[in-house]
Design a protein around this ligand. Sequence first.
Ligand code: HEM
Ligand SMILES: *[C@@H]1O[C@H](CO)[C@@H](O)[C@H](O)[C@H]1NC(C)=O
Ligand SMILES: *[C@@H]1O[C@H](CO)[C@@H](O)[C@H](O)[C@H]1NC(C)=O
Ligand SMILES: *[C@@H]1O[C@H](CO)[C@@H](O)[C@H](O)[C@H]1NC(C)=O
Ligand SMILES: *[C@@H]1O[C@H](CO)[C@@H](O)[C@H](O)[C@H]1NC(C)=O
Ligand SMILES: *[C@@H]1O[C@H](CO)[C@@H](O)[C@H](O)[C@H]1NC(C)=O
Length: 384
Amino acid sequence: MLLSLKFSVLAIALQLARVLAVPALQPYDSLAGLTRDEVDAFARSVKVVGGQPIPKPIKDTSLKLVNDKKHPWKPLRAGDQRGPCPGLNALASHGWLPRSGVATPGEIVTAVQNGYNMEWTRAVLVTYAAFLVNGNPLTNLLSIGESRGMSWLTGHAPPPPALASGLNTHGTFEGDASLTRSDAFLGDNHSFNETLFQQLIDISNKVGGGKYNVSAAAEMRFQRVQDSIARNPNFNFANPRFNTAFIEAVFPIVFFIDGRLQEAGETGLDLDVMRGFFQDHRMPKDFHRRGTPTGASDSELDFVMAAHDYVPGFNNGSVNSFVADPNFMGTQTETVCALYEKFVNSTVSLYPSPHGDLRKALNKNLDNFYVAVESRCDQIKPYH
Ligand code: HEM
Ligand SMILES: *[C@@H]1O[C@H](CO)[C@@H](O)[C@H](O)[C@H]1NC(C)=O
Ligand SMILES: *[C@@H]1O[C@H](CO)[C@@H](O)[C@H](O)[C@H]1NC(C)=O
Ligand SMILES: *[C@@H]1O[C@H](CO)[C@@H](O)[C@H](O)[C@H]1NC(C)=O
Ligand SMILES: *[C@@H]1O[C@H](CO)[C@@H](O)[C@H](O)[C@H]1NC(C)=O
Ligand SMILES: *[C@@H]1O[C@H](CO)[C@@H](O)[C@H](O)[C@H]1NC(C)=O
């Protein structure tokens, strides 16, 4: 009796020691870099939800008021998380996403459709890419802010033990040459940067007639890349950043111009409206989303990419040493498939040999991610 009591006390103590050994993780933190025991201990401390089906596309994709009575802007409360994405930040500050800034991938897929009319396939692509490398597969939660995971996506190295091998490798480390945030190497890499926004205003005044149109997007994109080549010895402009940097440069034009103005032919974004989204996470008064779903992959994107010569690549450790990435396409021939492959590779480098519920959840989310490219790419199944 006494012996078994001693044993159970010992067992509890051991159990406790293992729980305590887990780095203090939030439920939305990435589990990359944890040992199997640490993952198991984390799993015992939370409600394990795992991978979930993707919500269906929204039915009503009409032009409509989205800064409405049910979705007023509210200031941040202590603990609310906001991050590098003005689109998601504003959805959270208007309650289209949880105001905490912590959401499931399903909530994000639905919110970007509801709030901006982002097309479902694009929403699935972007959301599950981010979720795989940043989210918590067991709780099915992602922080849109500076969590351990998002930090990685935005250019901070996560603290040990999350330093997976891929992180020091060029091309798994992304986030340079953002429009309104500094490169990680050069300064504050996550906050709105007024100096950069002033550059954007100057460019918009010069080539956009005082608005952020595709001409302004093209020049701003180019200037940010040139600046990083010249000042950031670790500048990384390889896949996937090579892709996202162009898409994000046109998102403001596609999604932040009021739908009614778009239908009247407006192609430039008012700079005060832009500042509202980028700095304050705020939609303008009476904001109506665009009237047709889009992924923003078409003419605007082509315009920005064609305006200057670009190759995916990186500086080699000193400034002005930009070289092309010889492995840009990986094993693929289509760009979108190379992007898909890259995120699958990153997932594997973050979770080299997952077990149990973690493996199941990763597989479900890899399947979800694949849905966005299934008409064009062969599926990669790293854990089957
Ligand atoms: C679908 C889910 C989405 C996810 C997971 C996501 C995530 C992100 C992330 C991680 C970044 C930072 C990229 C970097 O610099 O490394 C970013 C930037 C950006 N996102 Fe999103 N985003 C999403 C949807 C949207 C939508 C719907 C919009 C527009 C309505 C948007 C607009 C932007 C813009 C304009 C930037 C560039 C900010 C800058 O360079 O200063 N995003 N997003
Ligand atoms: C803002 O950006 C400028 C230009 O890249 C940079 O010199 C400055 O350090 C940045 N500010 C912060 C606070 O990071
Ligand atoms: C990103 O910026 C933060 C805040 O300025 C800084 O503490 C951090 O070291 C930066 N991250 C990297 C990888 O330089
Ligand atoms: C952007 O706006 C300026 C000023 O109105 C205009 O000259 C330019 O043609 C516009 N860019 C495009 C691609 O329409
Ligand atoms: C990086 O590139 C520069 C300029 O092209 C070159 O001088 C330097 O030797 C290279 N450094 C490394 C480490 O490859
Ligand atoms: C993904 O990893 C495979 C296997 O290591 C490699 O052959 C391929 O080039 C990688 N793809 C990309 C896009 O980096």
